[in-house]
Design a protein around this ligand. Sequence first.
Ligand SMILES: NC(=O)c1ccc[n+]([C@@H]2O[C@H](COP(=O)([O-])OP(=O)(O)OC[C@H]3O[C@@H](n4cnc5c(N)ncnc54)[C@H](O)[C@@H]3O)[C@@H](O)[C@H]2O)c1
Length: 340
Amino acid sequence: MSSNPITGRFRIGVIGAGSVGAAHVRAAADATGYRIAAICDTLPSAARDLAPSGVPVFSAHRDMFAAAELDAVIVAAPHSLHTPMVTDAAAAGLHVLVEKPMATTVEDCTRMIDACDRAGTLLAVAHVVHFDPLVQEARRLVASGDHGRPVLVTHRRSAHYEPGSRPSWFFDRELAGGGIVLNVGTHGLDRIQWLTGSPVRQVSGVVRGRDGVEVETDALALVELADGTGASLALTSRGAPYFDETEVVMDRATLRVSATEGLFLLRGGSSVRLLDADPGRQEQALRAQLDGFVAAARGEAGARYVDAAYGRSVVAAALAVYRSAAEGARVALPLEGVPA
Ligand SMILES: NC(=O)c1ccc[n+]([C@@H]2O[C@H](COP(=O)([O-])OP(=O)(O)OC[C@H]3O[C@@H](n4cnc5c(N)ncnc54)[C@H](O)[C@@H]3O)[C@@H](O)[C@H]2O)c1
C-alpha cells in the first residue's frame, strides 16, 4: 500500500467504468484525502473516457492491482464478478468498497468476508441509501421512538426493466444472478431493514418475467421482520412516472420517504413535508459513502460504512424472494449474526 496513513492521499482503483463507476469517480473528484488512481474496464474506451487526466487505465483487474500501487478498490462490475474481484483484491492487500448486491449467493458473500478478514482489509458494501439525508432523517425519527414503534412498512419502486433499457448483462442470469429483485429490490430490502433496525425473518415472494428474458422483471414480496413488523415490496418494470417510495407506519404517525418528493410525516390528521428531495443529494450521498469508507479503511474511530455482514443479509433476503416464488411457500431466514 502506497499512502502514508497520516498524510498521504489514499489511492483508489475502480473496476467497472459504467454508470456507477463513473458516479464514484465524480464523487471523488474534489476529495482531499483520497483520489482515483486507476481505472479498469474490459472495454478500454470506457476506462479511457472515464479516467481523470494522468490516471492509468487497465483492461484486467489483476494487472491494475499489480501495477497501480493502490490502497483500495471500488468494485462496480456485473454482479457475479464481484466475488472473484473482491477475493483477488483481498489477496492483493486492498480495502474494498463493493457495489450492491454484494454477490449473487450467500456463500459467495461469506467467501468475500473470509478473504478480507484473512487479509486484514476492510470490506464495505455500497448501500448508498445509508448516506441519503432523507432516509437518514427517517431512520432517526423511527429510532427516536417519539411516534411509537414501527407497525408496517411498504416499499414500492418502478424501474425500466426490459431488454434495451439498460446494459444487456442485467438480463443475463449468469452475470446478473437475478433481475429486478436482486438489482433494484435490494435497495428496498435494505431500506426496510435499516429504517426499522430489524432484519428480515420471513419472505413470501411472487416474481414475473417476459418471454425470452432470462430474469424476472416484476416482483412482489410480503416480508416479516424479526421484531414482528410486517413489510411489503412491490417492484414494477414500467413505472410511469418513475416512483420510489417507502412508508413506515408507526403507532402514532406515518413517515413517507419519496425519492422524488421528499420526506413527509403524517400525524394527527395532517401531513408535513420535513425535507425536500434535493436532486443533488445522490452525489452528496456517494461522496459521504466514500469519505466514510476511506476513514474506516484508515482505522479512524466513528467512520461510517455499511459492513459486509449487513450486505450479506440483504442478499439473503433477496434470494429468499426467489426461493419462495419457486417453491410457492414462505421462506424463513436464519437470523444468527444478522445485523440490521
Ligand atoms: N448504488 C446504486 O444506486 C447503484 C445503481 C446502479 C447500479 N449499481 C450497481 O453497480 C454495479 C455496476 O452497475 P452499472 O449500472 O454501473 O453497470 P454498467 O453496465 O453501466 O457498468 C459495468 C461496467 O463493468 C464493465 N465490466 C464488465 N466485466 C468486467 C471485467 N471483468 N473487468 C472490468 N470491467 C468489467 C463493463 O464493461 C461496464 O463498463 C452493479 O453491481 C449494480 O447493481 C448500484
